[in-house]
Write a protein that binds this ligand. Structure first.
Ligand SMILES: Nc1ncnc2c1ncn2[C@@H]1O[C@H](COP(=O)(O)OP(=O)(O)O)[C@@H](O)[C@H]1O
Ligand SMILES: [Mg+2]
Length: 360
């Protein structure tokens, strides 16, 4: 560790009792608990996202060489693409401590102060869902990120005064599914931004082979390819499907995950060749049947589906858009002609074109 820094004790109001509520570093990460063994630990195991990874490797190497903390890192992307995993990988590559929390768990400024006054130097501090920070906490974070200090008010009423408490230099890693909801002052304080995109077929195949290897279940090449194309470009989905396919192959007394196991398994799970599940198809068919293909507003659509707008926007829409089935327009959501074809529903205009009676 570098120079000894004198850190004043945390003011009484920011005691450990509360810090303990928001620090989950010792407990397993909430999501993918069963997935621990599949989570990549080093950058070399983190497959895909090549350009992003290459840059990160440079920044990590440079920070280590200078014995400085890495610049604050902003991770943007849909769920399941590896944001939490990457934050942990970065800490491990930097050989520093890792602390994790999520914005909704930070209720009061003292929750944040409790964590930041207790971190070791260069700690990677991961805040998930950073678009959900409360304003008072966000403001405290600005100064912490910029100056490695905390603004703290002591006393009350006319005798109240603000003091600045130094904190160890640290790296904030903020992750979000909704970059549009993060304020520009916060965004501007991140020195490095990583935008995750859905993984390509080749990378998905590699991830599936890696996971199958760790789970010690043989998988046929064609089966891996088929699973890869049905996993929505999302490692979390791929890992879930491999586990299910392992169950199906076991039930069929097959020594490996074969193409037949995968095809039958996907049919049973109602996952189609684009990787859409029944719910995704329901979204498309509701837009077609109830709203003539759209446009329909996100709120209206969410109500029709009995879903929150957040879930619709964060979880379902990105892949439907990426697949060219859905469009976000200023007036709302619209399905594309490809969605009609995918669902085998005649497109109203194409139908008219094909019907000779309507040709004048
Ligand atoms: N690049 C990758 N290579 C291999 N596996 C990955 C990769 N990214 C994610 N995974 C797997 O997918 C799971 C979900 O990733 P996670 O980091 O929790 O996603 P997010 O935080 O973006 O929702 C992880 O547990 C991990 O096993
Ligand atoms: Mg996560």
């Amino acid at each position: 560790m570098g120079k000894e820094e004198k850190i004043p004790p945390v003011p009484e109001t920011a005691n450990e009792e509360h810090a303990g509520d928001v620090l989950h570093a010792e407990t397993p990460l909430p999501e993918d608990e069963a997935d621990g063994s599949l989570r990549p630990r080093r950058l070399a195991e983190f497959l895909g996202q090549a350009a992003m990874k290459e840059n990160l490797a440079v920044f990590i190497g440079a920070a280590k060489e200078r014995r400085e903390s890495l610049d604050h890192l902003f991770l943007i992307g849909p769920p399941g693409l590896g944001k939490t995993t990457l934050a942990q990988v970065v800490a491990r590559e930097l050989e520093v401590d890792f602390k994790v929390t999520s914005a909704p768990a930070l209720d009061k400024p003292k929750d944040l102060a409790g964590i930041l006054t207790a971190v070791t130097e260069k700690t990677v501090f991961f805040i998930d869902e950073i678009h959900r920070l409360k304003p008072a906490i966000e403001e405290m974070l600005y100064i912490a990120m910029e100056d490695y200090e905390l603004d703290w008010i002591i006393g009350q009423g006319p005798s109240a005064r603000a003091i600045r408490i130094p904190i160890p230099p640290f790296t904030l890693v903020g992750a979000t599914t909704k970059a549009g909801n993060v304020s520009s002052p916060l965004i501007s304080r991140f020195g490095i931004t990583c935008r995750f995109s859905f993984y390509e077929q080749r990378d998905m195949e590699a991830i599936i082979r890696r996971s199958a290897g760790i789970l010690q279940v043989p998988i046929e090449t064609a089966a891996a390819a088929r699973l890869a194309s049905s996993s929505r470009g999302t490692p979390r989905v791929a890992n879930r499907l491999i586990r299910r396919m392992r169950d199906f192959s076991q039930a069929r007394r097959e020594p490996a995950i074969t193409l037949a196991v995968v095809e039958d398994g996907l049919r049973r799970l109602e996952i189609d060749r684009l990787g859409l599940e029944k719910y995704d198809r329901d979204i498309l068919s509701i837009i077609i049947e109830r709203y003539r293909g759209g446009p329909v507003g996100a709120e209206t659509l969410a109500i029709s589906l009995g879903e929150t707008v957040d879930t619709l926007e964060d979880y379902y829409e990105p892949y439907l858009i990426q697949s060219g089935l859905l469009q976000r327009t200023a007036r709302g959501r619209m399905v594309t002609p490809l969605a009609y074809r995918h669902l085998n529903i005649p497109h109203p205009e194409e139908e008219r074109r094909e019907d000779p009676r309507l040709l004048v």
